[in-house]
Design a protein around this ligand. Structure first.
Ligand code: ZN
Length: 323
């Protein structure tokens, strides 16, 4: 079954629902980073949450970054999502193993630790919008719900689940986001609370082969709702040679020059690996030299411009004195 996100709304318009099946993209993230179970679960949950944020963006070219900075063994995690259902992400330390919880579940909260969740919305122009909250449990779902409440003043329920097979691959994954608008009926809220308290974890529903409509029916049990749209989802990276070249340039003149000299001496190429997808890009010594020269030229132009400014100022001061 392909990955999809269903968007729905209650008949009275007071409850919004996003429900996603993300098994394939979570497995793709796990595979690309060779992530072990608890890392794959944490990354998969954040990727699934990223889907909801991405689909809530308006235009083409917009993107949203979810960054979890925890003090646990996984280190930081980041996910970037786009409005067309594309997501990508990484976890700083994917090969980490920790004890399971007493109930036998993967201890994502302990692996993430305490810290912050930051959401950065880049609309393609101006300053990106940024909001940060403290992690509640590090289980990702609770933390995302807290973000909606604190940063967007929207009460939300978030359920995220990634089931890892004994072989270590992602067997089933999915999640939901439920937002209740201020004018929602008290009875509807009570019903939803009851539903959520009794809800089978999403990853289990996916594993059982329930389709999106059936899963949404479980979440919205007793609340009339209708589907608005369905969006295919994919793990996709937007990296390119040009982008990674830009990353190398951003090292600055001195550091890039040292890199070039090292590689020149060793007769090697510099290899840059994209953090999000693991794609490798190599740059030969000649190309590095070209980039160093580019930065050197810029450096000289900046120097020349500032020198010209100083001369102009000097002349202006002197002419004032002469008057
Ligand atoms: Zn990439």
């Amino acid at each position: 079954m392909e990955d999809f996100c269903l968007r729905g709304v209650s008949e009275d318009g007071s409850v919004k629902l996003w429900l996603a099946q993300t098994t394939n993209l979570c497995e793709e993230g796990r595979r690309r980073h060779d992530a072990w179970s608890v890392a794959a679960a944490a990354l998969g949950r954040l990727l699934t949450a990223g889907v909801f944020f991405g689909l809530n963006l308006k235009g083409e070219g917009d993107s949203v970054t979810l960054r979890v900075n925890g003090d646990g063994p996984l280190g930081s995690l980041a996910v970037v999502a786009e409005p067309d259902g594309a997501v990508r992400g990484f976890v700083a330390h994917p090969q980490v193993d920790i004890d399971r919880r007493p109930d036998g579940k993967l201890d994502v909260g302990a692996a993430v630790g305490s810290g912050t969740l930051t959401v950065i919305k880049d609309m393609g122009f101006g300053q990106p919008y940024t909001g940060t909250v403290n992690l509640v449990t590090g289980e990702i779902g609770d933390d995302v719900a807290q973000y909606y409440l604190e940063s967007e003043q929207t009460p939300a329920a978030v359920g995220l689940g990634v089931r890892i097979a004994p072989a270590g691959t992602v067997e089933a994954a999915g999640g939901f986001l439920l937002q209740v608008l201020p004018h929602a009926d008290e009875q509807v809220i009570k019903q939803l609370e009851l539903n959520l308290a009794n809800l089978v974890p999403v990853s289990q529903m996916v594993a059982q082969g329930l389709n999106l409509t059936e899963m949404a029916d479980e979440v919205m049990l007793g609340v009339p709702w209708r589907e608005l749209e369905r969006q295919p989802l994919v793990y996709r990276c937007s990296c390119s040679r040009e982008r990674l070249r830009g990353a190398l340039l951003s090292l600055g003149y001195q550091q890039l020059k040292e890199l070039w000299q090292d590689k020149q001496q060793a007769g090697e190429k510099a290899e840059v690996v994209c953090r999000f997808c693991g794609e490798k890009y190599s740059f030969g010594a000649d190309e590095l030299k070209q980039m160093v020269d580019e930065l050197d030229k810029e450096r000289f132009q900046r120097f020349a411009a500032s020198l010209q400014n100083q001369i102009d100022e000097h002349l202006a001061n002197n002419s004032e004195k002469e008057e």
